[in-house]
Every structure is written in C-alpha cells, then in structure tokens.
Design a protein around this ligand. Structure first.
Ligand SMILES: Cc1cc2nc3c(=O)[nH]c(=O)nc-3n(C[C@H](O)[C@H](O)[C@H](O)COP(=O)(O)OP(=O)(O)OC[C@H]3O[C@@H](n4cnc5c(N)ncnc54)[C@H](O)[C@@H]3O)c2cc1C
Length: 356
C-alpha cells in the first residue's frame, strides 16, 4: 500500500466505488477509504430503474450479477394518488430491478479491488489539508493515517465530512426517510408501489415486496408536521385500508436521510459525487444510479485535469445536466399539493397504462 496516490476517494458506496474503478481504469493510483467494514449495511429500498443495469454495465464494465438480486428480481411500477387505490394503477411495460443493496455495494467494492484500487475498510476520513498537494487524514484500525494525493473525491454520503471540510457553510438540507420491514401480507403483487398523499408525506411514500418481506418507507421534512412516527402510523393505516396490509410484527425500523435541495460540486482539486454532492432524485429518492453516473463524470474530469485542465471547472460543466435535473425535480416535488399529486399520477397512468 502506497502513502502517495493520484486520487483518494472517500466513501465506499456506489458513488465512491464507481469513481474509484473508473479512475483506476485510467491508470491512476487510487485509494478508497471506507469507514465501515466489508458488507456494510446501508438503509435502502434497493430498487433501480430498468435502464440502470445498462448504464452501470457500460460504466463499470460488468453486468450486475444474479446473486445481488432480491426475490422477485423484477418489479413493475404501481402508483396510488391521494384519492386512493380506486384511482391507482400500474405503468404498463415499466420494469424495475429489485436488488439487495448491501450485496450490490460489496460487489462494486470487490470490483474496485480487482481494478487495483487500495480499498481500506474501517478507515474514517477526518480532514484534508492543502499544501503543495493535498494531504488526507484518516483514522484506521491500525492508527492515524496521513496520505498524499493530487485529487480528493468526496463520496461519503449525505452527511459528508469532505463537504464539511470545504468550509463553505453551504446549506445542506435533507429529507428524513423512515423505512420499516414487515412480513409480506396484503394484496401486494410484484410492483414497486409509489404512493402520494400530503398527510403521509410531503414528497413520497413507497412499498416494496422483497424476499418474503414488505419494505415500506416515506420521507418527511425535519421539524415539520407530520413527523416520522406520525407519518408511518398513518401510512400503515392507509396500506391496511387500501391493500389489506396486516402490520403485526415489525422486523426492522431504520431512519436515514437523502439530500433535499442542495448541490455541492466541490472546489479546486476536490470534487463531490453522489449524495455528498446532493445528487439524488428528490421526487423518488433514487440515488444509486446518479451516484454511479456522477462517479463516472468525476473520473472524466480527473482525466481532463491530468492533461492540464481545471478539475472543478470541467466537473461543473459535465455535471450540470444532472444537477439541473435534480434541481428541477426538487422544485416540482416541493410545488405539489394533493391536487397536483392527483394530477401527476393521473398523467403518469394515462401514458399507456392500466388502472387496477
Ligand atoms: C431509506 C432510503 C431508501 C432508499 N432507497 C433507494 C432505492 O431504492 N434506490 C435508489 O436508487 N436510491 C435509494 N436511496 C438513495 C440511495 O441510498 C443514495 O442516494 C445512495 O446510497 C447514494 O450513494 P453514495 O455512494 O453517494 O452514498 P452512500 O451510499 O451513503 O455511501 C457513502 C459511504 O461513505 C462512507 N463514509 C461516510 N463517512 C465517511 C468517512 N468520514 N470516512 C470514510 N467513509 C465514510 C459510508 O460508510 C458509506 O459507505 C434510498 C435512501 C434512503 C435513505
């Protein structure tokens, strides 16, 4: 293991692992610092839009292996508007991958090892310093580490410490997401269920059949009503009423956050990707694909920097389409009331769909 790298990537989630793989494929010396242990758990619904598998394969160079999939491996898409199941329906021909998130992330980190990335587990980034080059400090199981590098990639998630080191005091608002796992009961078929109703969530709620369980989740704004507990009580009641869900024995409850209304690309020779950059779809909570795609963009900006261009200017220019999409979706999501949500679902379902 070297103490001098071209690129140090902080965070071994999808954004960090894919950035590290892409940079290693450019022939750069890369370290990936991950504070967790192998097989680290990330609270997640574990669904990917159908197109994501092709995108991931083209970026990573490998297809998602079968062992990473949950049962059922493929889901359809079903929307329920505020008025309830009577006006709900499936998006005809729409398919979604149902994956096991922890296995997916480990698969990517293992590919990073195959690509000659130094993957360092149980290694927590603490800060970077700028002198002639960058110096990254971390705490590892073996003691403090100090590593030199030309570029740092902040891929350390929604509560990014790398972003904190940029000292810009940027507002980084989040949406809290509560997720519960229950034994699978009720009239659920092989769909990702997206449900919209103001009294349950100002943004989105979902239900996902996965490996004989039902994962349910929703997002709320911190310090606003309803709070997570109230919202989950109402959501369970709505699912019971509309889908005969029987919430008897909860298997798991988790609370995490997604970015909600910020974009932080980085500065100088530090770039931010994935949740750390704020790149997560605010209307659907989809962030895995955006993390991987932003990792590819970061690696291409690093390649440009190696040939004398400005890293941050190149990254800003190449990431602008994705950042605009996230910003636009945020404005749309925040502007919806129940009438707008009803209309949104109606319009989505009218694009060649079937009502249930
Ligand atoms: C409840 C919930 C459900 C979701 N469901 C879906 C879904 O079904 N589909 C989807 O596409 N998206 C989903 N998302 C969003 C998705 O999980 C994120 O957008 C995605 O994980 C972002 O990937 P990332 O690599 O940027 O960050 P992360 O996956 O958060 O990875 C960050 C990594 O950095 C590490 N790290 C953090 N701090 C440090 C440090 N100081 N030093 C070293 N390492 C550090 C962490 O341990 C972690 O491994 C969901 C989010 C939530 C909260």
């Amino acid at each position: 293991m070297s103490s001098r790298y071209d690129v140090i990537v902080v965070g071994g989630g999808p954004a960090g692992a894919s950035t590290a793989i892409c940079c290693a494929e450019l022939g750069l010396r890369v370290a990936l610092l991950e504070k967790g242990a192998p097989n680290r758990h990330k609270p997640c619904g574990g669904v990917l839009p159908w197109v994501a598998s092709d995108i991931i394969e083209s970026i990573i160079g490998e297809a998602i292996p079968e062992r990473v999939y949950s049962n059922p491996a493929t889901l359809g898409l079903h929307y329920t508007p505020p008025s309830g199941k009577a006006n709900s329906g499936e998006m005809r021909g729409y398919k979604i991958h149902n994956i096991h998130r922890d296995k997916f992330d480990q698969w990517l980190r293992d590919l990073a090892v195959d690509a000659q990335v130094d993957v360092m587990y149980n290694t927590r980034f603490t800060l970077f310093e700028e002198s002639r080059n960058l110096r990254v400090h971390a705490d590892s199981a073996k003691g403090p580490l100090s590593l030199g590098t030309k570029y740092v990639v902040g891929a350390d998630g929604v509560r990014s410490s790398v972003r904190g080191c940029l000292k810009r005091q940027a507002q980084t608002p989040v949406m809290l997401v509560g997720q519960e796992t229950w034994p699978l009961t009720g009239d659920f078929r092989d769909f990702f269920y997206g449900l919209f109703r103001e009294e349950i969530s100002p943004i989105y709620a979902y239900a996902i059949p996965k490996d004989e369980t039902l994962i349910i989740g929703l997002g709320v704004k911190p310090r606003e009503s309803p709070n997570l507990d109230e919202a989950l009580v109402r959501f369970r009641a709505w699912l019971s009423q509309e889908f005969a869900f029987k919430p008897d024995t909860r298997l798991e409850r988790e609370v995490w956050a997604i970015p909600f209304g910020y974009f932080e690309p980085g500065q100088d020779n530090v770039v931010m990707v994935g949740d750390a950059a704020g790149l997560c779809n605010p209307l659907s909570g989809e962030g895995i694909r955006l993390g991987i795609e932003s990792g590819e963009v970061a690696s291409s900006a690093i390649a440009a920097a190696e040939s004398g261009k400005s890293l941050i200017d190149t990254f800003n220019s190449e990431i602008s389409g994705m950042a605009d999409m996230v910003r636009g979706t945020y404005d749309f999501a925040c502007g919806l009331d129940d009438k707008g949500r009803e209309q949104f679902v109606l319009e989505e379902l009218s694009r060649g769909t079937m009502r249930t």
